[in-house]
Design a protein around this ligand. Structure first.
Ligand SMILES: NC(=O)c1ccc[n+]([C@@H]2O[C@H](COP(=O)([O-])OP(=O)(O)OC[C@H]3O[C@@H](n4cnc5c(N)ncnc54)[C@H](O)[C@@H]3O)[C@@H](O)[C@H]2O)c1
Length: 433
């Protein structure tokens, strides 16, 4: 069965996931996107006819017969309304994270999909990564005994942080969401999946320390193109984006976010006038640039999570401490230590990078996203939701943990997770329907 998918939001993620959908045998049959260039590019790439192209998701959903499912890749605050409407129309839903910036909106989404009985998945790629399967397999096989605690690091990377969280789309809470929601709903979700329990109490600390006007160096200008100290600045937009030219991956992202044409002239224009040419100390950003969360899980496991701007851009690093051994992973390699071995001896190293040519990027975030898209299409085609690891309730749980951690940070308290919201009964199918 070929699944027909309508794309709501043909930006960076919409274009990327559409390619995966096609790779796994799905068809992109409609697109809604206000930006004409993006809309036309996606339509051309997938042969979407003009009558199935719309400038707004609301107009597209006036024609529900165009698709079996929707891919929601609009910005953070614009996931809930299209999700609820698509569910009411009986369309299956693959939704980018975060579900929504607020808890009432996320709850509205869960209620709508439960009531309609449609397939729903949130794109939490970490749950689907091959490396996750390796680590969980080791834990389930008892290789480190019982998990007691976990230490987890999300090293966002200095230039990536400047791009997305100082100059870019996720720099302000009122326009998107907190850093913890935007970047780390995946991490809190993954920790729950790993330890197979739910957070019971959380505390958190974090602030915006560095990317503030008072830290602008003497002699700096408001735009990197005009700046006399640009060459010495770790966050120079000129250096970051010019170095992307000529590299197809980097031209796609991050350069594709900065300028639609991948040329030096177009980039210079964007740096002179657009948001990505601004001095990182003169932006209107307010999200924190470092944060820690401590979690007490219902099964007694404790975990810490750190997210910080001040790193090279790397895979996540995790150490899982068990009663008989521990597992460490840098996102590429998994190392298993057995306490029965001689002190300091690592008993096994598992390389999860695969063949660098054949399986290029096997353990990247994107591979989890590919696997999530595949799971969604399989669930829709078979009517069996079991391949989906990030359904409505799992995703709501992890989003609620993020909101609880943010409450803890803002109120300087330890926050207990409130009771679960009740599940919504599925609407009975009308007789003859
Ligand atoms: N899962 C992940 O790891 C991950 C990574 C990056 C981004 N995201 C999330 O994916 C989502 C999209 O991110 P992106 O980087 O593609 O952003 P983007 O800004 O490139 O794309 C969003 C698109 O939605 C379009 N849009 C706005 N209003 C619309 C409307 N009414 N109808 C239809 N389209 C409309 C915009 O014009 C834009 O092209 C965000 O919620 C983001 O947080 C998830």
């Amino acid at each position: 069965m070929t699944i027909r998918v309508a794309v709501l939001g043909a930006g960076n993620r919409g274009a990327e996931h559409s390619r995966y959908i096609r790779r796994f045998g799905g068809l992109i049959t409609a697109v809604a996107e206000p930006d004409e260039g993006r809309r036309q590019r996606l339509a051309a790439a997938h042969d979407v006819p003009p009558q199935a192209c719309f400038t707004d998701w609301r107009d597209l959903l006036e024609h529900p017969g165009l698709a079996d499912a929707v891919l929601i890749t609009t910005q953070d605050a614009d996931h809930a309304d299209p999700c609820v409407r698509a569910a009411e129309l009986g369309l299956h839903i693959l939704c980018e994270k975060p579900m929504a910036p607020t808890e009432p909106d996320a709850l509205r989404m869960v209620e709508a999909v439960e009531r309609a009985g449609v397939v729903f998945a949130v794109l939490h790629p970490l749950r689907y990564m091959p490396l996750t399967d390796t680590v969980k397999g080791l834990v389930r096989a008892g290789r480190i005994g019982e998990i007691v605690s976990v230490q987890h690091l999300e090293p966002v990377g200095a230039w990536h942080f400047a791009h997305s969280f100082v100059r870019g789309n996720w720099r302000r809470e009122d326009e998107s969401s907190s850093l913890l929601m935007a970047k780390c709903c995946h991490d809190l979700d993954w920790l729950s999946y790993l330890v197979e329990s739910r957070p019971e109490r959380l505390s958190s600390f974090g602030r915006l320390t560095h990317f503030r006007p008072e830290n602008q160096p003497a002699g700096a200008a408001d735009r990197c193109l005009d700046c006399s100290v640009e060459s010495d600045c770790p966050f120079s937009a000129v250096r970051i984006y010019r170095s992307c030219l000529g590299n197809p991956d980097l031209e796609n992202w991050p350069l594709g976010v900065v300028t639609p044409e991948r040329t030096g002239e177009s980039l210079t224009r964007a740096l002179a006038t657009g948001p990505y040419g601004r001095c990182v100390y003169r932006c209107d950003n307010d999200v924190v640039d470092h944060q820690v969360v401590a979690i007490d899980f219902a099964n007694g496991v404790t975990a810490t999570h750190t997210v910080t701007a001040f790193t090279d851009m790397e895979h996540r690093h995790t150490r899982i401490f068990g009663t008989r051994g521990c597992i460490e992973t840098d996102g590429r390699q998994v190392t298993v230590h057995d306490f029965r071995a001689h002190p300091g001896t690592a008993v096994e190293r598992i390389d999860c990078t695969g063949d660098p040519v054949r399986d290029r990027g096997l353990v990247r975030h994107g591979d989890g996203a590919r696997a999530a898209v595949h799971a969604f299409l399989t669930a829709v085609a078979t009517g069996d939701a079991s391949p989906i690891r990030s359904g409505p309730r799992e995703s709501l749980d992890s989003h609620r943990a993020v909101w609880a951690a943010e409450r803890a940070r803002l109120t300087h308290t330890t926050v207990a997770m409130p009771p679960d919201p009740p599940t919504t009964p599925q609407r009975p199918t009308p007789v003859g329907g």
